[in-house]
Design a protein around this ligand. Structure first.
Ligand code: PA5
Length: 437
């Protein structure tokens, strides 16, 4: 309650930012850059889709994805940071846990997806090139770079383009799909190649806020995900954020808890504790979002994603007994898609598990969550829970939009511009100078 009015004021600023962006108004210098376009993107894309159907941006994305899926057995998705993490998060959260193995049988046949251009790892790139050559099956590339000039992605693009020329021959322009700004090196390259589809990263949508633009939607559609459902989830979160009072608003509650604990208890480390295996990449996406948005002016909480129960056996010790600087936020998924597996009875009871024979894996996970929370509570270590009823396109759309909104609300609350990442430029400048000297 104490922080309610401040949260309301920050929300009003975020809503005003979105309106300012939508109106194309001049941005006050103090707020530059104002990459607030992510906020209304779901509403805008859905409205356009309802009005224009297959001719809308969503319709075109779906058509390209279906064409590539029909033509290619594998697609290499090149991109880094905000041009990579979101698509990977969607794959891990919503697709089959062994997606690449089952892709041909997924929703009418989808291509395997490989992420590259997100590092400069010679073994990884060589390994993938080798695999594509050995398989000798049709493949394609989606290159995602808003600036069109990021070296890691650009270098990988050269290498895979060279391979694709060999593999695709006169189908090169169909199998090379760029997602980029309306100008820049990648745009020019794609135009020169005569590419059939050049998707835009909309102006005013920053990289780490772009998962619900073509940056995340094209790969999602390639995987066979329902991109309308994804955006509907995000739109539902927008509606809730704009209208629910602070006491009942998941975005404001989330920001309020994190902010108060940081201010009053010095909890400057935010652990996103995911349970099960599907949300690790979502957590990594969020690590980037929070770190790059608020880690400025020697401030900003330190984000760290863990995957439990796995990491209870590694980081768990420190979280239970280490420095008291942590807020642990659990992300709990209510029900899983597959039928619960029970431990089962066995004649070989040397492991002494027969007394737990009727317990299922979801029941064990629930007990681990409750037991861990209780252990933290017994030692006065703060926790919070985000509960998703299930994990699908709608709920992941809600979660991603919730975390993006929370990040910009917190930025406005603490007076840090969440957009832009000036600190990332330093290494790029030095790396380029070293390479060109
Ligand atoms: O959040 C951001 O803006 C960054 O992480 C970018 O997404 C990342 O640097 C990649 O940039 P680009 O899409 O221009 O290649």
């Amino acid at each position: 309650a104490a922080i309610g009015p401040q949260l309301e004021a920050a929300r009003a600023e975020v809503l005003a930012d979105a309106e300012l962006w939508a109106a194309g108004a001049a941005v006050p210098a103090s707020k530059n850059p104002l990459d607030a376009g992510f906020h209304q993107l779901p509403d805008r894309l859905l409205a356009e889709h309802s009005a224009q159907g297959a001719k809308s941006e969503l319709g075109r994305i779906q058509t390209t994805a279906d064409r590539l899926a029909a033509e290619c057995r594998s697609v290499v998705v090149l991109g880094i940071g905000g041009s990579y993490m979101g698509a990977r998060a969607l794959l891990e959260a919503c697709c089959h846990p062994y997606y690449n193995e089952v892709a041909p049988a997924t929703r009418g046949g989808r291509p395997r997806i490989y992420f590259e251009g997100n590092n400069v790892d010679n073994d990884a790139v060589s390994g993938l090139v080798e695999l594509l050559r050995q398989r000798d099956e049709p493949w394609g590339t989606v290159v995602i770079s808003k600036s069109g000039g990021t070296l890691e992605t650009a270098a990988a693009t050269r290498i895979f383009l060279r391979e694709l020329r060999e593999a695709a021959g006169d189908r090169l322009a169909e199998r090379f799909v760029p997602v980029t700004g309306t100008s820049g090196k990648l745009f020019e390259l794609s135009t020169a190649l005569g590419c059939k589809a050049i998707y835009e990263v909309p102006d005013g949508v920053g990289g780490r806020f772009s998962v619900l633009s073509a940056v995340g939607l094209l790969p999602a559609a390639l995987m066979g995900l329902d991109i309308v459902k994804l955006l509907e989830g995000a739109k539902a979160m927008n509606d809730h954020f704009a209208s629910a009072p602070p006491s009942d608003n998941v975005v404001l509650q989330y920001v309020g808890v994190g902010h108060l604990l940081e201010e009053t208890e010095e909890c400057s480390t935010r652990i996103l504790s995911t349970w099960g295996k599907r949300l690790e990449a979502t957590g990594l996406w969020y690590d980037q979002l929070l770190a790059e948005s608020l880690g400025k002016e020697e401030r900003g909480a330190f984000p760290l994603t863990v995957v439990n129960t796995r990491d209870l056996h590694s980081r768990g010790q420190q979280h239970q007994e280490g420095v008291r600087d942590k807020l642990i936020t659990n992300v709990i998924v209510g029900s899983q898609h597959s039928k619960p597996l029970a431990i089962g009875m066995s004649d070989n009871n040397q492991d002494q598990l027969n007394e737990l024979a009727d317990k299922t894996l979801p029941q064990i996970l629930s007990a681990a969550i409750a037991g861990t929370n209780q252990a933290y509570r017994d030692d006065d270590r703060p926790t919070a829970d985000i509960v998703l009823p299930t994990l699908d396109e709608h709920t992941i759309g809600q979660l991603l939009q919730m975390l993006m909104l929370a990040t910009v609300v917190e930025g406005r609350l603490i007076g840090i511009n969440p957009y832009g990442q000036p600190g990332v430029e330093a290494y790029k400048k030095n790396m380029n100078a070293i390479l060109r000297s």
